[in-house]
Design a protein. Structure first.
Length: 311
């Protein structure tokens, strides 16, 4: 199996996911799509066997069809728009060629649900509204928030939970913007169908240029199943060191260990309550263990840097 593999270059990129909310396990697939919010960019819509469709909040099939009539689905971003990817970077785009439409998004969602529930029985029905009043509060009728990608152990069939980050994979004369998955057993894969490899191989893949977190201006970038674009400026600004640190942090979380963010927040509040030299050292170690793109998102950054570095 190659390091990166596509089943069908014109089809949406999808991968298996599972949720335990609102009760019990429900299986589905994440489908990579483009959306238009403050920026255009790739995200996922998750379609489940019970007919529920999760994009920020949960819809049934008729309500999802209505959502597709709004402007949040962006099958064809225009030249000059900004393409933004969370914890990766953003850039204005040009020379775009796109493959999908709002109708094809809907068709793919229905096809995924039907593949999981061939008889289309016992499908979620929200009766025309995705929210309800609970007391004096307006709440979503169905809430998830715990969607987890997974793979199956080839020997036991057990589910092995995972997580992912955005990555660029070099393929001949283009770069493929896809997901790097990491699983709780310490294996990784590039894209949903690539070969599995040990997390220890990541540094070599970066050193050889097989994967990267930045693309030069005017490079051709492909979003699998969605189309291609060219950034008019440097696209992506996460270092290889920070991305590898982020992936190791996700692996720790998958195995029940505290994240670097939780460790850092706890060290910060401990120092606030008891500002000792030992506490300051713990805070420094916790802060410097976080990838830089985590630090940039931290509201405490200025205060912490004043404590640690006097600036």
């Amino acid at each position: 199996m190659p390091l990166y593999e596509e089943k069908n270059a014109a089809d949406f990129e999808t991968w298996p996911v599972v949720t335990t909310r609102p009760k019990g396990k429900t299986y589905g697939r994440a489908i990579s799509i483009l959306v238009n919010k403050l920026q255009c960019g790739p995200t996922t819509v998750d379609a489940y066997e019970d007919g529920s469709i999760d994009y920020g909040k949960v819809y049934d099939i008729p309500l999802f069809r209505d959502q597709l009539r709004s402007d949040w689905v962006m099958p064809s971003p225009k030249a000059g728009q900004v393409m933004g990817v969370v914890f990766f970077g953003d850039a204005k785009i040009s020379d775009c060629e796109w493959l999908q439409t709002a109708d094809s998004v809907f068709d793919k969602v229905i096809a995924v649900i039907r593949s999981l529930n061939p008889d289309m029985k016992n499908l979620l029905d929200l009766h025309g509204c995705d929210w309800e009043m609970r007391g004096k509060a307006c709440r979503a009728k169905v809430f998830r928030g715990d969607t987890t990608p997974y793979k199956l152990n080839e020997v036991t069939g057990d589910e092995i939970p995972g997580d992912s980050v955005a990555i660029l994979y070099r393929s001949r004369e283009e770069l493929i913007l896809t997901h790097l998955f990491v699983y709780a057993d310490g294996t990784c894969r590039i894209g949903p169908c690539g070969e599995l490899f040990e997390i220890t191989r990541l540094e070599t893949l970066y050193q050889t240029g097989a994967i990267m977190n930045s693309a030069p201006p005017n490079s051709k970038i492909r979003l699998p199943g969605l189309g291609t674009f060219h950034p008019t400026e440097v696209f992506g600004d996460v270092s290889a060191h920070d991305r590898i640190a982020e992936i190791h942090d996700k692996l720790n979380i998958l195995n029940g260990k505290p994240s670097v963010i939780i460790t850092y927040v706890e060290a910060f509040w401990e120092y606030q309550d008891n500002p000792t030299p030992e506490g300051k050292d713990r805070l420094r170690r916790a802060y410097e263990a976080m990838p830089e793109h985590y630090r940039e998102m931290d509201a405490r950054r200025k205060a912490v840097r004043a404590i640690l570095y006097g600036a």
